[in-house]
Write a protein that binds this ligand. Structure first.
Ligand SMILES: NC(=O)c1ccc[n+]([C@@H]2O[C@H](COP(=O)([O-])OP(=O)(O)OC[C@H]3O[C@@H](n4cnc5c(N)ncnc54)[C@H](OP(=O)(O)O)[C@@H]3O)[C@@H](O)[C@H]2O)c1
Length: 185
């Protein structure tokens, strides 16, 4: 399974590193020309291939959205059709919103299967994963299975928390935010 990580800031390279360590082929993109992130990726996630976002997504089975929420509208929805998409984004700064991010992601990325996960862990706490329990939420059983397997392989213990609607449980303002799920159980 090929992984594309969109976002080469704080969290994207950490997820890329974990995926590489688990043996996945990984591409990674920022918002611009891939040459702009070559050096930082060589340093932060050696082995990940910098591409444009469109090229990274086109070649991927699983896409991780690790970009700021306010940049989400800049993504072209059609390129995600048929992909399993992890939404690791948050409303930030936290604000009362009528919907969780992943509900909006699923509405916009028609044809993608969206799973919310990894958004509730600070990037500096993701390594080493050490079997830490992370929540995941989604409406597609197939996508939940794919993402659970991915999370397990990169070293986490996946804990389903429900539908995309229930994914709000993983968002800022919830007791789960900033915690590993088992800390609270
Ligand atoms: N920081 C954390 O601990 C943490 C933990 C879990 C989840 N999150 C969530 O993860 C997301 C990213 O957080 P961050 O702290 O990593 O942000 P960040 O350090 O600001 O990095 C954002 C990255 O997204 C890229 N980007 C923006 N628009 C893009 C586009 N259209 N296509 C591809 N890449 C694009 C930026 O590239 P350019 O520089 O080229 O614009 C940059 O590499 C946020 O939604 C945040 O809430 C953060």
């Amino acid at each position: 399974m090929k992984i594309a990580v969109l976002g080469a800031g704080h969290v994207g390279p950490v997820i890329a590193r974990l995926a590489l360590a688990a043996g996945y082929p990984v591409t990674i993109a920022g918002s611009g020309d891939p040459s702009r992130i070559e050096m930082i990726i060589e340093f932060l996630a050696p082995g990940a291939v910098p591409l444009s976002a469109a090229d990274a997504v086109a070649d991927a089975d699983l896409v991780v959205l690790a970009i700021p929420w306010h940049r989400f509208p800049s993504l072209e929805p059609a390129m995600f059709a048929g992909k399993v998409v992890i939404d690791a984004m948050n409303h930030w700064p936290p604000a009362d919103q009528p919907q969780g991010t992943s509900e909006e992601v699923a509405q916009r990325l028609v044809g993608a299967q969206v799973v919310k996960t990894l958004n509730h862990i600070a990037y500096q706490d993701m390594e080493p994963p050490a079997g830490h329990a992370v929540g995941l939420a989604g409406d597609s059983p197939d996508a939940l299975r794919v993402v659970s397997e991915f999370l397990s392989r990169i070293g986490f213990e996946p804990v389903p928390v429900g539908s995309l609607f229930d994914g709000r449980l993983l968002e800022p303002g919830s007791p789960l935010f900033g915690k590993f799920v088992k800390e609270l159980s």
